[in-house]
Design a protein around this ligand. Sequence first.
Ligand code: PLP
Length: 429
Amino acid sequence: MTAEFEIQGIGVGELAERYGTPLYVYDGDALAAHFQRLRALLHPRAEIFFSLKANPNISVCALLGAQGARAEISSMTELITARRAGIEPENIIFLGPGKSREELAACLDEGIHAIICESLGELDLIDELARERGTTADVALRVNPSFSVKGSGLTMGGKPRQFGIDEAQLLDLPDLTERHPQVRLMGVQVYLGTRILDEDVIAENTGRILDLAERIAEKLGFPLELVDFGGGFGVAYFDGERDLDPEALAARLNPVIEAFAARHPATRLINELGRYLTAPFGTYVTRVRYVKTSMNENFAVVDGGTNHHMAAVGIGSFVKRNFPIQLLDRTDEEATESWNITGPLCTPNDTLGKKAKLPALRPGDLIGVLRSGAYGPTASPVHFLSHGYPAEVLVAGGRSHLVGEREQAGDLLRRQHLYVPENPATQDN
Ligand SMILES: *Cc1c(COP(=O)(O)O)cnc(C)c1O
């Protein structure tokens, strides 16, 4: 018996045998414990909303919901997912620059806490839909601030963006509330970027957003019942990165929140988090099909690739940076070799790991891409080359549960309709 990667005492070999590969495995107990730790450290007035975009699996959502997470959603399916996962409408907000009439109508009909409005045209449409229903809509404005901050993987703010309404435009519209009688403006949302790994940057962002929210609400004359100060908490993926220190983060952030909370005793404060809640607790498990060499480099061709895990290509970078990659069986063997880990797609970009340090590999080995619980299959071209969706397994309470079916050929073909040409030509006439 050699050492192998385990999740709550279940060997990865057993999971691979039972559910097949490629496979996403989520450690539900670790996910819940991480949420509770953050919950205990973060200022009690700051509510944690899970951004379903990061991992919309309904069981992941339900598990977080059972821990007290609320939901930040951006599509009709995410709304249905959050509701079926047991999250109450008063703990759901809907955000996104291109909401459809149907999505906005569903927000009103479900009675979610607030629609986060991203344009003046959207505000007109919400007003119209609320009038049709003889109701008023609770709406928070997403603001594109004049300032930006450094230290984020993707910087928002201070730039032309399709998201939100420019701060300057809003400050120029003091009659906005009167123009939309069926809309009750009640909050402000700002999202300044993702993958932030600096505690000071997060605290500074939050302070500036809270100030901005006060300015906007005062100028436009609406009550500040909600401020969503975004999030964008990062997770270390690459060499040289370090994880946020939750204690240090809370020590910087909580005083900023406290100052605002004391001035606004009834305002709901929202912290939207996706990646930070789920990324560390997912592993993408693939099996080696072939090993080969090309021009003195080692290649292990595995059964899944960037079709399931596009982020592993290396986020926003021209130089390929590897996600943490590990041999999951024989974990006691030393990483003495250099391996390119490539998938089944017919494109050179289908590379999960470039020159990754690994032990000698052989067919049948299980290779894991760690920290893969966010922006996995749903953020990947799962239908490229028609391999379809991988299986998803949640381990909770020491037991494994299939929470996402592997797509089969029939699933992919079911939504296509065969047009049969009437007079087919053949190549030999
Ligand atoms: C994507 C997104 C999130 C989640 O971002 P993470 O970096 O995964 O936490 C939150 N809010 C908005 C507006 C987003 O677009």
